[in-house]
Ligand binder design. Structure first.
Ligand SMILES: Cc1cc2nc3c(=O)[nH]c(=O)nc-3n(C[C@H](O)[C@H](O)[C@H](O)COP(=O)(O)OP(=O)(O)OC[C@H]3O[C@@H](n4cnc5c(N)ncnc54)[C@H](O)[C@@H]3O)c2cc1C
Length: 532
């Protein structure tokens, strides 16, 4: 069953070796494992719902708890401590667009706020009801989960927007195709959520981001329905798909999405290379991205991430041997792990692999074969479970990301990590901070930063620590000229930084669109555009 206060299926665990705990104790400090509040206690404290009756709406308290928070660090603090400021007053599971329309009509009548809910994997507060006088209805789209149309010759597939990654890929694989969209949350997140939060999958270099795949769809809004036809291209003015991409449930509910699919690849392999120093890896990565090689995944970890990855890998003996072998190759403490995937026809894969390794070699890269790349592929969705283990040990983990032109990447990566390392100095706490570059483009790259710190003895203090870290990093991102999010979206947590990125006119345009789609302000208030 899905965990209500952590990541994923509660039957799946992610053990870490004693050496990893020693490492974390040394770097961050010893911990006291936090005590979690049990589900029954939280369910018992859920207040009476404020919604008028409706056949599609349940007010079951456990359902309301399970839809109250997503996966951000503040969400974890709330769920683990049981201090959840607001619950939805009810949850609905519509099974088609007409039921969605009916729910919007019902909400309009009662001044009810509506929160579209996909997989609830948001890490920026997207799906959280905010405390207030108006009742809140969460609309879980899990029953809109079918393949509705498949256009073989056009490579277009239309799905209900609530379909999850595995169900969507299973339908496509049966037809010899793939969407190729693999965010780390692939198992739980949904097509509608990907579109509404402008998601990016791990193989975006080959398949593109979700905006490259989203060809059109059907949206139900308080002002009526919007149909977006899957034109291959159009010069008929601004592209309205881009109003729905990243709309975070503020303009309406996407009920169906048509996506561009690709034939299943003939062959796919993942390899690893080590660079003696990140600077070498960085230059190689840029050259590889600009050479337009048919690779599908590129990920360069900095030295701290490389070391942490090897330590957390769980095979102490193997890691020891690997470290010894790498030292023999002249790769010391500054070494950086570079993983890459190649996807396509056999001949193309062989050529791309050869060309890529050639570029890496020119920059001191040592190709170490497929073992580590294969491990990454096998654990690509499983690694999210590490968050549970670390929390239970007393360590909080959070990530943040941005994207910038290549020329600005090294300084920005350094500034963001330095800001995080310094953020807890005054409180005498330490953070373990590391980063990787992935999602690369010809003109730039995203920087993905992970930070770990100690869970405090009380939830307020844990939140305080998180806020200091998050504010420091966000300000460093803005100062460096980066986007406040490359793939996670805005929600509540990035809202304070939106005006700096879009400017007053840009914000006014978004607000005007919201007014047009949703004059009463019912849709997911407090996210993306304004605090209401
Ligand atoms: C461990 C971890 C790893 C992650 N890795 C990645 C990653 O690799 N790449 C990435 O892009 N993201 C990643 N994320 C973030 C998250 O998975 C994405 O934002 C994802 O796209 C959210 O999809 P969802 O279905 O869970 O949407 P939800 O979290 O349910 O909702 C997200 C937003 O979309 C809106 N929404 C959802 N469905 C609809 C709909 N049908 N119509 C209108 N609005 C809708 C919601 O109202 C909300 O504002 C990660 C998160 C975690 C916890």
């Amino acid at each position: 069953m899905r965990r209500w206060n952590g990541w994923g299926d509660d039957a799946i665990t992610y053990p870490v070796p004693p050496s990893a705990i020693e490492f974390l104790t040394q770097v961050i400090g010893p911990t006291t494992p936090p005590r979690d509040v049990p589900l029954e206690q939280v369910v018992a404290a859920v207040p009476e719902g404020r919604l008028p009756e409706h056949p599609l709406v349940t007010t079951d308290p456990e359902e309301r708890v399970r839809h109250a928070r997503g996966q951000s660090l503040p969400d974890w603090v709330a769920m683990r401590s049981g201090r959840i400021a607001a619950f939805p007053d009810g949850v609905a599971h519509p099974s088609d667009a007409s039921q969605v329309r009916d729910l919007i009509r019902y909400a309009t009548g009662a001044g009810t706020r509506l929160i579209p809910y996909g997989g609830g994997t948001s890490v920026v507060g997207h799906i959280n009801p905010l405390p207030g006088d108006a009742p809140v209805l969460t609309v879980d789209l899990d029953r809109l989960n079918r393949l509705q149309a498949f256009d073989t010759s056009s490579h277009l597939a239309t799905f209900g927007a609530g379909i999850t990654g595995p169900d969507l890929e299973a339908q496509l694989r049966a037809r010899g195709t793939t969407l190729g969209h693999f965010p780390q949350t692939f198992e739980l997140s949904t097509l509608g959520g990907w579109v509404a939060s402008r998601s990016s999958g791990q193989q975006s270099f080959h398949y593109g981001r979700i905006e490259d795949m989203f060809a059109g769809g059907h949206v139900e809004t308080p002002a009526g329905a919007l149909d977006l036809a899957p034109h291959p291209a159009s010069a008929a003015g601004p592209d309205l798909r881009h109003l729905i991409l990243g709309s975070e449930g503020r303009f309406g509910i996407l009920t169906a999405a048509t996506v561009r699919v690709a034939p299943l690849p003939e062959h796919e392999v993942f390899h690893a290379i080590f660079f003696p120093h990140c600077e070498h890896g960085h230059t190689a990565l840029r050259e590889i991205a600009q050479a337009h090689l048919p690779v599908s995944m590129l990920r360069l970890s900095n030295a701290v991430e490389t070391q942490t990855t090897l330590i957390l890998a769980g095979h102490e003996r193997l890691v020891e041997l690997a470290e010894r072998g790498l030292r023999a190759l002249g790769l010391g403490a500054d070494k950086c792990l570079f993983l890459f995937g190649v996807t396509g026809g056999h001949k193309l894969v062989a050529r791309a692999r050869r060309d890529l390794i050639g570029i890496a070699k020119e920059h001191g890269g040592r190709h170490v074969g497929q073992y580590m790349g294969g491990k990454w592929r096998d654990n690509r969705f499983y690694s999210a479970y590490l968050r549970n283990t670390l929390w239970e040990l007393g360590y909080a983990v959070d990530t943040l990301e941005t994207a910038l032109p290549w020329s600005a990447v090294p300084a920005a990566a350094e500034a963001i990590q330095a800001a995080l390392r310094a953020a807890l100095h005054d409180s005498g706490e330490r953070a373990l901070v590391f980063a990787h570059l992935s999602h690369v483009y010809s003109h730039g790259a995203s920087i993905y930063v992970t930070y770990l710190f100690r869970v405090a003895p009380n939830p307020e203090e844990t939140l305080e620590r998180w806020r200091s870290l998050k504010d420091a990093a966000s300000q460093a991102i803005v100062a460096a000229g980066g986007t406040i999010s490359h793939q996670h979206g805005v929600g509540t947590d990035h809202l304070p930084y939106m005006a700096a990125e879009k400017g007053p006119l840009g914000m006014a345009v978004l607000e005007a669109a919201r007014q047009t789609f949703d004059p009463q302000g019912l849709m997911n208030p407090g996210k993306l555009i304004s605090a209401r």
